[in-house]
Design a protein. Structure first.
Length: 248
């Protein structure tokens, strides 16, 4: 049975909120400038259309860029546009500011940063079989949190054992997060891909010889090699297995 997970529900809720807020801003912009639209429509539509385009492009570039400067583009453009249009006495100068925000919220709703989880057929808890590969055994279990128990996976390697929440593993395999760490209260262990951590970090220092993208488990401190390194085929089957587990 294919169902929406909590992560997907949260993602869709955020999309609806951003889309609804963009529409609300658009309505407010038209209402506030209705007299200008009637008397001088070009004074309204030119900065508005330009602001929409700028807001959408600048926000998308800034959000997805690793540069320290690109994320400032929407704010700088918002301020510069309003000031410039006001100085040249464009009556609808505030429309630029509204339009930049509308473009940013609209592009966030249409292209959320959080990727869509891959649809997967969920298996009932009683039907899930353990997964094994590359010296790792993963067994479905439950983990006690503060006020509830959560679906979890007990991970065992030749040298370490720990527990991960299914929701954290699912976020990792769906590329929502770069590193999954063990559940609260469980022995510390990380599931990660080589090349993600900086070369001078504890994880980066012991995975420099691994090809980028290699999935591995790390449970030691500084200088301790990975507890297990998954082959490409095993990593693929493990990801499929995780996606089949009930999350909520």
């Amino acid at each position: 049975m294919t169902t929406l997970t909590r992560r997907e529900r949260e993602r869709r809720t955020a999309q609806l909120f951003n889309g609804a807020f963009a529409v609300l801003l658009a309505v407010a912009t038209v209402v506030l400038h209705r007299e200008i639209i009637a008397a001088h429509p070009l004074d309204f539509w030119l900065p508005t259309v330009a602001g929409l385009a700028y807001g959408a492009v600048a926000w998308r570039l800034g959000r997805d860029s690793t540069s320290a400067w690109f994320p400032l583009l929407p704010v700088l453009g918002w301020v510069a546009g309003v000031v410039l249009l006001a100085r040249v006495h464009v009556a609808a100068a505030p429309a630029w500011g509204f339009a930049v925000m509308i473009g940013a919220f609209a592009v966030t709703a249409a292209f959320p940063k959080r990727p869509a989880p891959r649809p997967a057929r969920k298996v009932a808890s009683t039907e899930v079989r353990p997964w094994t590969g590359s010296g790792v055994t993963a067994v479905p279990t439950e983990h006690d949190l503060v006020r509830r128990s959560a679906h979890a996976v007990s991970v065992r390697t030749g040298s370490a054992t720990s527990t991960f929440l299914v929701s954290d593993l699912a976020a990792f395999v769906d590329a929502e997060r770069q590193i999954a760490d063990s559940a609260p209260g469980a022995p510390l262990m990380f599931l990660a891909r080589a090349g993600v951590a900086s070369s001078d970090s504890i994880i980066g220092e012991v995975t420099t010889d691994l090809p980028d993208g290699t999935v591995f488990l790390h449970a030691g401190g500084e200088g301790v090699p990975p507890a297990a390194v998954l082959s490409e085929d095993d990593a693929r089957t493990f990801e499929d297995w995780v996606r089949s587990l009930p999350e909520d």
